[in-house]
Design a protein around this ligand. Structure first.
Ligand code: NAD
Length: 462
């Protein structure tokens, strides 16, 4: 049930009153809310598994890793709350030597957290942990595209958390549009770039800061000295988790002709090992979120396979009605082909032949800055060459996705893959204002120092 449009403004006003009462600034309140949230995700684990699995048939193992990110975020915030909230002493200058100078971490106020369907629980609760640790009030807007998790969050969070400071708004475009007409102190949005632009222009009207966690085409380059078997296994693993519906999923793979000829059989083997000969009957292989997205992926694949230079190497089976797409490998993909247009966000993987590492770099640079960049190589010179000549949200060498689980590594994109970062301390900082504080005395010494600034300030003639 979407939240009635008429209730949305009242909820935001109510939260603002709570924030203005200073209730959420107390460390005890923050600790209590974080503890409740932690107990909620551990005690209600079975219900979370059930809701997520209903949305896209992910295996319980996959959902477990999704929830581990949330557990870690909350646990880390609880563990570091006292440390993070302490004012940070600044080095005084000569003119402020007798003063108290520090940076205080203040909550921003009432924040809006908008999530995306592919990890509908994680993508609102992990930022919520950071928002609470920083002492904010928050409106959470999970994605309506994953209705079971949306309903689960709307049903349970008000029973667990302080309803005067945290509210869930459900629904899609009309409800989010209504929210975006209102004043927030930060909008934290996860989702695609085209909606990201709508969020950012609505925020600009109120000068509201935004953090945008977007996606894009994360490339993989496999060099000739790489361990091909290992690269194939890890790429296929990262491409088939959640059926490729991960912002960090490898989008396309570049390698020279000889490497590609070795990657193809190794990847085919990995697909069978990880998803069985018949992925449609493998209980641990997820489904596409809905038939629209399945149809979208099918038409990209169909258009790609119409091109005579591309070859279907594995998979290709699509069952729109059952939202199933087999792990699919296509070789001979050119940079202007359908598979190279938009972010794939599904289990289709194009292999792009490049002459050398320089061509791979120029392809990466010709596209928008990716959320992640994956390099499989032994030579540090090659790794450095790629990293020194490109920019991406993150770089991972000889693996994929793993930055997601490093609690204290800032997680976020750059350019069109996003702005701002969170996770661990970065999350706390993202939801805080770093407020400069200088306290000068009015005693004799302080005044003597300050009087140096009084006119005539300088004897230098004009
Ligand atoms: P989505 O359809 O769930 O939309 C995201 C949010 O935007 C939802 O809450 C939705 O209600 C809202 N929304 C939709 N249309 C809107 C409109 N017209 N105006 C205002 N709000 C609107 O998710 P999606 O965009 O399909 O998500 C997939 C994308 O998200 C991919 O590009 C993926 O890479 C990216 N993503 C990024 C991260 C990250 O952490 N960087 C994580 C997950 C997904």
């Amino acid at each position: 049930m979407p939240t009635p449009l008429t209730e949305i403004e009242a909820s935001v006003s109510y939260l603002r009153k709570t924030f203005d009462s200073n209730k959420t600034k107390s460390i005890e309140w923050r600790r209590d809310q974080l503890t409740r949230l932690f107990r909620f995700v551990t005690d209600k684990q079975d219900l979370i598994l059930e809701a997520v699995a209903k949305d896209n048939q992910k295996s319980y193992g996959e959902i477990g890793s999704e929830m581990a990110v949330v557990n870690n975020e909350i646990a880390m915030a609880l563990h570091n709350l006292d440390k993070w909230t302490q004012p940070k002493k600044c080095k005084p200058s000569l003119a402020t030597i007798a003063d108290r100078v520090e940076v205080r971490h203040e909550p921003l106020g009432v924040v809006l957290i908008i999530g995306a369907w592919n990890f509908n629980v994680q993508l609102v609760l992990a930022p919520l942990a950071a928002a609470l640790a920083a002492g904010n009030c928050a409106i959470i807007k999970p994605s309506e595209v994953a209705p079971h998790t949306e309903a689960f969050l709307a049903n349970w969070l008000p029973k667990i958390l302080d309803n005067s400071a945290i509210r869930v708004v459900t629904g899609g475009v009309p409800e989010t549009t209504r929210l975006l007409e209102l004043k927030f102190d930060l909008i934290f949005y996860t989702g695609g770039g085209s909606i990201g632009k709508i969020i950012m222009s609505a925020a600009a009207k109120q000068l509201t800061p935004v953090i945008l966690e977007l996606g894009g085409k994360s490339p993989v380059y496999v060099h000739s000295d790489a361990d091909i078997e290992v690269a194939a296994q890890r790429i296929i693993w990262a491409k088939t988790v959640n059926c490729g519906q991960i912002c960090l999923a490898p989008d396309y793979v570049m390698a020279n002709k000889s490497v590609i000829s070795k990657l193809i059989p190794a990847m085919k083997k990995a697909i069978v090992q990880m998803c069985s000969e018949n992925p449609q009957s493998a209980s641990y292989y997820a489904r596409i979120i809905n038939s629209n997205h399945t149809q979208r992926l099918k038409s990209v694949l169909d258009r790609q396979l119409l091109l005579s230079h591309s070859k279907l190497e594995a998979g290709g089976t699509v069952d729109v009605q059952n939202r199933f797409i087999a792990p699919t490998l296509v070789s001979g993909v050119k940079t202007v082909d359908p598979l190279m247009e938009d972010e794939i966000f599904g289990p289709l993987l194009g292999l792009v032949e490049v002459a050398d590492v320089d061509e791979a770099i120029s392809i990466i640079k010709s596209k928008e800055r990716p959320l992640s960049l994956y390099i499989f190589a032994k030579s540090q010179k090659i790794i450095d060459k790629i990293t020194d000549n490109t920019l991406s949200g993150s770089v991972i060498v000889n693996d994929l996705l793993m930055n997601m689980i490093i609690e204290d590594m800032p997680f976020g994109g750059v350019g069109s893959s996003g702005m701002g970062a969170y996770h661990g301390h970065s999350g706390f900082l993202a939801f805080s204002h770093q407020r400069g504080y200088l306290h000068r005395g009015t005693d004799f010494v302080s005044e003597k120092i300050h009087s140096l600034l009084y006119a005539p300030v300088s004897s230098t003639p004009r």
